[in-house]
Design a binder for this molecule. Sequence first.
Ligand code: RIB
Ligand code: CA
Length: 317
Amino acid sequence: MASARTPVLLDCDPGHDDAVAILLALAAPSIDLLGITTTFGNCSVEDATRNALRVLALAGRGDIQVAVGAAAPLAGEAALGNYVHGVSGLDGPELPEPLSTPVDQSALQFQVDLLESAHSPVTIVATGPMTNIGLLLTQRPDLISKVDEVIFMGGSTSRGNHTPTAEFNTHSDPEALDVVLTSGVPVRMVGLNLTHQALATPEVVQRMSAMEHRVGQVCAEWMGFFGDSYQRLWEFDAPPVHDPCTVAALIEPALIEWREAFVAVELEGRWTRGTTVVDLYQRYPEMDPNAFVAMTLDATAYWDLVLQSLDTLGGAA
Ligand code: RIB
Ligand code: CA
């Protein structure tokens, strides 16, 4: 008997790496993508929503419902990531026009309806600022029992990127991450310490380019734009493709080694707001571990999975 598929709600801010995460989720037989909610982050939520719809159109999946989420963080102003992802938030190749429009309800109501009607607990994959998830857990803590886990791309056990210590997603809405970390919902954190092992090297990009369909070629062009940003901003020779690491962990659990740890997010620091503080060695005796933190990636197997998935998806689109 086929094993049960994992029901997934994907909350994202596409964004080049979010776009690959969407395609990976669509391609995986083991994932039942129940819907997508969008958030500000790499670009405005309007642009992120348009981008999500166009990525779905690229895959021929106008059936996947998209709900528009937060335009700003729970506290403070939105600091957008167009400096990395371009004016549109997904600069580079031309994409098809959307096949559908967003659902006529807020991301919060969409998530509530989805969780209330789910037959089994839902995995929430978050690859942008955590605002939508923070709102959900604040407004409807009773629905925590319908959430199997939150696996999010964000934070770091080491340095940041948006600031020297804070990663972009957690810096964008630290209050929302604090809600998630203190809610009691099971949490897995996929931080920069992990995703910087997921580099789209020239060999990876060449394998995308060699695919005989638009999905592969578009991904190669995305890596070109994303790679130029990473070279210009952080002197990377190849771009770290962060967001698909969350989805890949659901498809092939053995890809990543995890460590249980206490994780907090700094809300006050003048220079450190949005920084994730990860206690890998139980240095805070009074603080019990509250998350699993991704530590090591099998990068070869990761890229084999991503590339095989994109090729399958592209061939069928
Ligand atoms: O810091 C990287 C993260 O911020 C990724 O999710 C990227 O898409 C941006 O949202
Ligand atoms: Ca993202």
